[in-house]
Design a protein around this ligand. Structure first.
Ligand SMILES: [Ca+2]
Ligand SMILES: [Ca+2]
Ligand SMILES: [Ca+2]
Length: 237
């Protein structure tokens, strides 16, 4: 669900107590309301909110790419992603991600996280891949992929379980963790304020417990989060 929207409408904002994630919780969705309202998928037919492939998640709802049968887009852009509501500059993004591909037969199974998204031809993405060589941070500039950074130590999707990802951006500093371990840091300021999303290059994957935290009230006031950004977009259209 998107309790943020309701909370913001009532003027509530959560100040998180955790020092590791200090800031304002701008957006949270655990999909427990059984929908992905507010999200903007490239191809809605490839996305489901349900109990996982074959119902493997029991009562829990996840948001997932329900097919592996699609290709990346030209320029090594992601074949599929869905953007969360809101626009974000500095942020901490936390989520759970799981490959739903057969990792034995698809040795390049992946899931990806998008940020700084300006449009379909300009954005950052980090790919987590079954193949260690595929886990990398990229930017798409004018529709063409450029490598920003490789993890110093190999990172591979280990299994078909959910794993915790965090991505922090503060100014031009980008840092990424996988299961709580720092795996990559980079400096890049190609894209500033933009959208955040979940996706994959060409595979099936599930996502859950997405939270976006912004570090400073100043950012909040300038950009708004969630509802405010959506309102800004609506005024422009
Ligand atoms: Ca859930
Ligand atoms: Ca595939
Ligand atoms: Ca792949």
């Amino acid at each position: 669900m998107a309790p943020f929207v309701a909370a913001a409408a009532l003027g509530f904002l959560l100040l998180l107590a955790s020092p590791a994630s200090a800031g304002f919780l701008c957006f949270y969705d655990d999909f427990s309301d059984g929908n992905a309202s507010g999200w903007s998928p490239l191809n809605a037919s490839r996305w489901s909110v349900d109990h996982g492939p074959g119902g493997k998640d029991g009562p829990n709802f996840v948001y997932r790419i329900n097919t592996t049968n699609y290709s990346n887009l030209s320029g090594s852009r992601l074949g599929e992603y869905s953007l969360a509501p809101g626009l974000y500059e500095d942020f901490v993004l936390e989520l759970e991600a799981r490959s739903d591909d057969n990792l034995a037969s698809n040795t390049w199974a992946d899931y990806c996280v998008v940020f700084g998204h300006q449009d379909a031809r300009n954005y950052y993405y980090i790919m987590f891949n079954r193949a260690p060589a595929g886990t990398e941070l990229f930017r798409i500039v004018d529709g063409v992929r450029e490598l920003i950074a490789d993890p110093p130590a190999p990172v591979s999707i280990p299994d078909n379980a959910f794993h915790s990802i965090s991505i922090e951006r503060l100014g031009s500093q980008i840092s990424v963790t996988f299961d709580g371990q720092g795996i990559l840091t980079a400096t890049d300021d190609t894209f500033g304020v933009g959208s955040i999303g979940l996706g994959s290059y060409n595979d099936a994957a599930s996502f859950d417990d997405v939270r976006i935290i912004v570090p400073e009230p100043a950012t909040l006031a300038l950009l708004g989060c969630g509802l405010l950004a959506v309102a800004r977009r609506r005024r422009r259209t």
